[in-house]
Design a protein around this ligand. Structure first.
Ligand SMILES: [Zn+2]
Length: 365
C-alpha cells in the first residue's frame, strides 16, 4: 500500500512505467562502467486527490550533484534572484541544497546580508557552507529568507522535510521554492522528465497543498522558464493558523502510444546519416527507453564530452566532432531543439533538418 507523499491519499492514476539510470551527474568515464550503471524502476502515478505525481517505486539514490546549465537557464536564474531580492528582506539567507552557491552569488548582486548554504555537496569561496543539515543548525542561523531551489523533488518524504524546516525558523520567514513543473511534462508527454533522482514531480496543485500542510501561507505561485519550472513564495505566519490554499487547476495524467512511437524512432534513427544530440539526464532516459544503440551521441556541454551514456554505454562527442556534411540531427530533449539547430547551423554553415520527439510523435521541428 502506498500513500501520496504530499497529501497521504491512497488512490492513484497510473502515468508511466519504465526504468532509468542516474544520468544527471557523474557520467561514467568508460563504456563498460556506463553499461553497468544501476537501473532504477520508475512507476509514476498521479494522486487522485492533490494531483501530485510521484515515483511509487522510489528508493534512495546515491549520487554526487553538480549543476547542469543550458542556454536560457541562466537568464531565468538571474530573474529569480532579482525577484527575490525585491520581495524579501534577505538579511539572513539560508540556501538549502544550494550546491555551488551560484544563486547566492546572483542574489548578492542585489542585496547585502549574511548568506549561508546547507548542502552535502556545497562549496563556495564567499559564503559559509554547512555540509550537514540539522534543525539545530537552522535554528542557530535564524534565517529571514529560506531558499529551496530544485531540492524538494529529491526527497522521499518532502512533507516531513519541509515541516522540519518550517518548525526551525522564526515566524515571518520568507520561503522561495522552485521545482520542475510536471504539468509541462504531462502536457507535452515528455516522459524523459521522469528520473530516479526525482521521486517527486509537482503540479501547482500539489505544491500549494504541500505548503498548506506545512503551515506556510502561499503568497505567489508562478510558472516560469517557458513553463518548465514552478516557483512559490510563501511565508511562515506569525500564528499557527490554517493556511490559505490558492486555487490551482487539476491536471490530466500522461498517456503514451508507445508502440507507435517506438516504430517511428526506429525508422528515423535507422537512417545512418542522422546524428543524435543530447546524452545526459533526460537524453539518457530517452536513449535507454528506446534502446538507441548508435556508436556515438553528441552533446553541447563540454563537461560531458569524452564520457559515456549511463546504461547504453555510447561515447559522448562534442560539437567539434560533428561531420562537416551532416544535414540531419535528432534532438533527444525537445525543448533544446531550437538552440541546437542554431548552434549547429552556425558551425556547419549550411541548412540542417532537426527532428525530435514530443506529444507522442516523432517529427521535424
Ligand atoms: Zn496527494
Amino acid at each position: 500500500m502506498s500513500y501520496c507523499p504530499v497529501c497521504n491519499y491512497d488512490e492513484f492514476i497510473p502515468v508511466y512505467v519504465g526504468q532509468a539510470p542516474v544520468a544527471c551527474t557523474d557520467l561514467p568515464e568508460t563504456a563498460v562502467e556506463a553499461v553497468l550503471k544501476e537501473m532504477y524502476p520508475l512507476d509514476i502515478v498521479m494522486c487522485r486527490d492533490c494531483c501530485h505525481v510521484f515515483n511509487r517505486a522510489m528508493q534512495e539514490v546515491d549520487y554526487e550533484g553538480f549543476p547542469m546549465y543550458n542556454g536560457g537557464w541562466s537568464k531565468h536564474v538571474e530573474l529569480m534572484a532579482r525577484m527575490l531580492s525585491s520581495v524579501a528582506s534577505c538579511e539572513r539567507v539560508v540556501d538549502i541544497g544550494g550546491g555551488d552557491c551560484g544563486f547566492l552569488e546572483l542574489l548578492s548582486k542585489y542585496t547585502d546580508g549574511q548568506y549561508s548554504c546547507i548542502d552535502p555537496n556545497g562549496k563556495s569561496d564567499r559564503f559559509t557552507v554547512y555540509t550537514d543539515y540539522s534543525r539545530e543548525l537552522l535554528k542557530d542561523l535564524s534565517p529571514d529568507t529560506v531558499i529551496l531551489r530544485h531540492t524538494l523533488e529529491h526527497f522521499l518524504s518532502p512533507r516531513d522535510v519541509l515541516r522540519g524546516i518550517v518548525s526551525s525558523v522564526p515566524p515571518g520567514t520568507k520561503f522561495f521554492i522552485e521545482v520542475p513543473n510536471v504539468e509541462k511534462t504531462l502536457d507535452r508527454k515528455w516522459f524523459c522528465d521522469y528520473m530516479p533522482e526525482h521521486p517527486q514531480n509537482f503540479t501547482r496543485n500539489s505544491l500549494t497543498q504541500l505548503m498548506a500542510l506545512c503551515q506556510l501561507d502561499v503568497n505567489l505561485v508562478a510558472v516560469e522558464n517557458e513553463g518548465t519550472v514552478l516557483c512559490v513564495l510563501a511565508t511562515k505566519p506569525e500564528e499557527q493558523i490554517p493556511s490559505r490554499v490558492l486555487d490551482c487547476p487539476t491536471v490530466e495524467p500522461l498517456k503514451f502510444n508507445f508502440k507507435q512511437v517506438f516504430e517511428e524512432v526506429d525508422t528515423l534513427l535507422g537512417d545512418e546519416s542522422i546524428i543524435v544530440w543530447g546524452a545526459a539526464g533526460k537524453g539518457a532516459t530517452f536513449l535507454n527507453t528506446f534502446g538507441v544503440k548508435r556508436q556515438q551521441v553528441y552533446d553541447s556541454d563540454e563537461r560531458k564530452v569524452g564520457k559515456y551514456v549511463p546504461g547504453t554505454g555510447q561515447r559522448i562527442l562534442g560539437i567539434e566532432d560533428v561531420p562537416e556534411d551532416c544535414t540531419k540531427v535528432f534532438v533527444t530533449c525537445p525543448w533544446r531543439a531550437h538552440d541546437i539547430w542554431k548552434e549547429l547551423t552556425k558551425k556547419l554553415q549550411h541548412s540542417l533538418t532537426v527532428y525530435t520527439y514530443s506529444n507522442d510523435k516523432v517529427g521535424k521541428v
